[in-house]
Design a protein around this ligand. Sequence first.
Ligand code: ZN
Length: 155
Amino acid sequence: MADPAPFVSRVPFESVHPKALAVYCSDGRFTEAVEDLAHHLGHPRIDTLTLPGGPALLNRWASDYLESEGITRAAKFLIEGHHIEDVLLLAHAGCGYYQARHSALGPDIALEQQLKDLHFGAKEIQTAYPHLRIHLFFARPKGKTVEFESIPRQG
Ligand SMILES: [Zn+2]
């Protein structure tokens, strides 16, 4: 049996690295909406760092230490290696990671923890890379769309 011909994507390849990095949850219900948001913000393409919980893992005090080390190292690798200028940290409503980890606390406390984790992650990255522009968002479904609330930075 002959090998099938390789699949050739119609999406053009661009050799220049994107200048923006998005750190968000693996939850595929939000993937395309996050790319859409990035386009809206002026980033035609983005580097992505996705793991269940997304920016939750940047908070080593509230997540698994080794997982946190891993995502933090990966973020630094991309920021330095690809000369990132903008970082988007995104949390979303109904996140399974928080439901699994903080369900006993109820949805309001989970939301509070998500916002805490966004701010913690932003502070960590900003301290390491003062030149970066860091943007925080909370995504929630709204009818058949996804709405992104911009979260003001603290301090
Ligand atoms: Zn999630």
